[in-house]
Ligand binder design. Structure first.
Ligand code: ADP
Ligand code: ILO
Length: 346
């Protein structure tokens, strides 16, 4: 097993390159997790995508501890100033949130969405799942989801056999994932696509669960407008009920375990689609985003741009996920959003 020579190219700036030096690689290259995953397996996405920022995915929970300090270093660098020894404390109590509707007249905010990533205890993570395991996970999760009641009651729509027009409409309307991007492809998350993948949702499409994409579950609450409290309340209810029935992979220092180290902790991304052309053009836009720990994206998912009739509409979300509670993640998004709205209005 050779150190990936492409990492020596100057354009590679990933955290994987930073922490897996040739010496470190030599030290850990022959180690395997009990599910047979190696450090080189974890690094595939960064090797095949030289523009990666992180450049590494875990194939199972054990990867986070199997290769000396490599993953700890990557986690602590991405989630700085958090230290794994500090410990991560969850809080999914919606009563602790203080987010009065930021745009009751609906002038700026089109929609609000909060998602968490979760994986079931006793299984590998997406890059290292066999076909049968993926199908088992799908069956177990669907069984629990279809037992939910009230506003969480809905139906499961498997990707296998879904007609193309329905699938495309779900993607265009921001409900469904696209086929995993090149990063996920090279991490091994797209194997046997689309078998075992699908989406559960209620009739109103305000509660949705993606099954077997980058993580086994992406639990999503979303709605038009800007009632962040309502979106968070629905999410908490759903996540707490599902957790009680299935049990999620979790560790005291890493929080909820996810395949991408950037999602560890809460696994949460709380976002609004908001029209802020002026704030976006402001010279301090990036500095404000950094100060408030928020991240701007185009509105068609990560790595997308906002163009055409969507020009000026951005996806604004929390950037921090580990070492702070779910409540605090939503609060980060809210505080940053309020600052951007203040600039937009002035
Ligand atoms: P994530 O990692 O949170 O799933 P993506 O950026 O890949 O993020 O987005 C997934 C889908 O969710 C995309 O279709 C995106 O447009 C949609 N989405 C994200 N935030 C919102 C929002 N606030 N309102 C409506 N749709 C959203
Ligand atoms: N693997 C990519 C993307 C990392 C963060 N995004 C997601 C979807 N996990 C990279 O290393 O740049």
């Amino acid at each position: 097993m050779e150190y990936p020579a492409v990492f020596l190219k100057p354009e590679v700036h990933s955290l994987a390159k930073k922490y897996v030096t040739p010496e470190v690689f030599e030290e850990h290259k022959n180690k395997k997790t009990s599910r047979g995953y190696t450090l080189l397996d974890c690094m595939q996405s960064g090797i095949q995508n030289l523009d990666s920022d992180t450049g590494l995915y875990a194939g199972d929970e054990e990867c986070y501890t199997a290769f000396g300090n490599v993953l700890d270093n990557i986690v602590e660098d991405y989630h700085a100033p958090y230290k794994i020894a500090d410990g991560h404390t969850p809080d999914m109590n919606p009563d602790h949130l203080n987010c009065p509707n930021p745009d009751p007249e609906g002038k700026y905010i089109r929609s609000t969405r909060i998602r968490v990533a979760r994986n079931l205890k006793g299984y590998g993570l997406a890059p290292n799942l066999g076909k049968q395991e993926r199908l088992d996970i799908e069956r177990k999760v669907v069984e629990v989801l279809t037992s939910l009641t009230g506003d969480l009651a809905g139906k499961y729509y498997p990707l296998q056999g879904m007609d193309e027009a329905t699938r495309q409409k779900l993607v265009d309307d921001h409900f469904l994932f696209k086929k995993g991007d090149r990063f996920l492809e090279s991490a091994g998350c797209n194997k046997e696509w689309p078998e075992g993948r699908g989406i559960y949702h209620n009739d109103a499409k305000t509660f949705l669960v993606w099954i077997n994409e980058e993580d086994q579950l992406r639990i999503i609450s979303m709605e038009k407008g800007s009632d962040i409290g309502s979106v968070f309340r629905r999410l908490c209810k759903a996540v707490n009920e599902i957790d009680a029935k299935l049990g999620f992979q979790h560790s005291p220092g890493l929080g909820y375990i996810t395949s991408c180290p950037t999602n560890l902790g809460t696994g949460m991304r709380a976002s609004v689609h908001v029209k802020i052309p002026k704030a976006h053009a402001h010279p301090d836009f990036k500095a404000i985003c950094d100060k408030y720990h928020i991240q701007p994206r185009g509105i068609h998912g990560e790595h997308s741009e906002s163009t055409g009739e969507d020009a000026g509409v951005y996806d604004i979300s929390n950037r921090r996920r580990l070492g702070l509670s779910e409540v605090r993640c939503v609060q980060d998004m809210y505080d940053g959003l309020m600052k951007l709205l203040e600039i937009e209005k002035s």
